[in-house]
Design a protein around this ligand. Structure first.
Ligand SMILES: Cc1ncc(COP(=O)(O)O)c(C=O)c1O
Length: 358
């Protein structure tokens, strides 16, 4: 790092957030982006009008408390408004959570690989990162995570379903783990993709929160609601933790259009869930087809499928997909493919058949 400005030296150590690539063009082929776990279907009918209507006075700041959205989320989750904290995406809620718990001399425990922001946020707070490798089937290693907790630990992050590998955290393993966590240590359950999960044994975040006051449930409108561009998510937390979160989130972070769009989508959550389950059915078939071709695909519970590959094979897979105008996400240990149009998934299967097929 240069010496021109007084930036924190820790910046040199920050892991980079690498966003999913856009698809490369290929002659005669419609390009598809399967690299960011976005919703691939058109928005719910009428929702664009609601968003546009709410954004008609861009000169005015939005309601800083997102009062009506908070009330709707509280009613939906059957919690009090004092337990709901909206933010500019789940990312902002996660960031706030690290802001109120971590500093130099503290530690954070999280599974790895998992959502890329976890180590970035930990680095930003100067905390010690205790990344616990996943088990070979892509699940959290709860024994390993429990072993990493000590007096310095202030935050534990769980991801269910886990991005990028796919499995949900099961209720039984979750309860066993929580019994090992000191009650003053905050545990975040990142449920960004919970609406897509079909595993009957998956932990239900809000129910679990009622049993564990140190649990913070983190959710988003970016995935199943298909509103990633609006930037709106929320946390559900004990009022004391929620008050702390509100102290650090950016004021006016959730725009008027985002508040209105999220409210409309939540009012029509039945439609959202039907679409999520349709995507889940496509995911299950796609995952099975890839397994039948010889790919190593763990249990997939989000709107994406993970193919475990060594480094060279992952590069070859990503490149072959790019040559078919399909962007997939290569990460350490494999390739993640978001569920998208049938045509795009067919092309990925063709790549798998050629590179891995037995
Ligand atoms: C596991 C997980 N958590 C949180 C997020 C953040 O979502 P957003 O900030 O768009 O709500 C993502 C986004 O990809 C994610 O995969």
């Amino acid at each position: 790092m240069s010496n021109r400005f007084s930036l924190r030296s820790a910046l040199a150590e920050f892991p980079a957030y690498v966003p999913g690539k856009p698809p490369a063009g290929a002659p005669g082929l419609t390009p598809y982006k399967l690299s960011s776990n976005e919703h691939h279907l058109p928005p719910l009918s009428g929702i664009l009008d609601v968003i546009a209507g709410a954004g008609k006075v861009p000169a005015a700041y939005p309601d800083p408390k997102a009062t009506q959205l908070v009330a709707d989320i509280a009613a939906y989750a059957e919690v009090d408004v004092s337990e709901v904290v909206p933010g500019a995406g789940a990312s902002e809620v996660l960031s706030a959570l690290t802001n109120i718990t971590l500093e130099a001399g503290t530690s954070v425990v999280y599974p790895w690989p998992s959502f890329e922001m976890y180590p970035i946020l930990a680095s930003a707070r100067g905390a010690e990162k205790r990344a616990v490798p996943l088990l070979t089937d892509g699940r959290h290693d709860f024994q390993g995570m429990a072993a990493e907790i000590d007096d310095t630990t202030r935050l534990i992050l769980l991801c269910s379903p886990n991005n990028p590998t796919g499995p949900s955290v099961r209720a039984e393993e979750f309860e066993g783990f929580m019994a090992e966590v000191p009650p003053n240590v905050i545990v975040a359950l990142d449920e960004a993709y919970w609406e897509f999960a079909t595993d009957a044994e998956a932990v239900a975040g809000v129910d679990a929160y009622r049993r564990h006051p140190n649990l913070v449930v983190v959710r988003t409108f970016s995935k199943a609601h298909g509103l990633a561009g609006l930037r709106v998510g929320y946390g559900i937390a004990d009022p004391e933790i929620a008050a702390g979160l509100r102290q650090v989130v950016a004021p006016f972070g959730v725009t008027a259009g985002a508040q209105a769009g999220a409210r409309e989508s939540l009012a029509r959550v039945d439609e959202v869930l039907v679409r999520a389950k349709e995507i889940a059915a496509t995911r299950d078939q796609f995952a099975q087809d890839l397994r039948d071709l010889g790919c190593r695909v763990p249990d997939a519970q989000g709107n994406y499928v993970w193919v475990a590959l060594d480094a060279d094979a992952a590069v070859a897979f990503e490149d072959a997909c790019a040559a078919q105008a399909v962007a997939v996400r290569r990460l350490n240990g494999g390739v993640r493919i978001s569920i998208g149009a049938d045509e795009a998934l067919e092309r990925v299967k063709d790549v798998a058949a050629e590179l891995i097929g037995r």
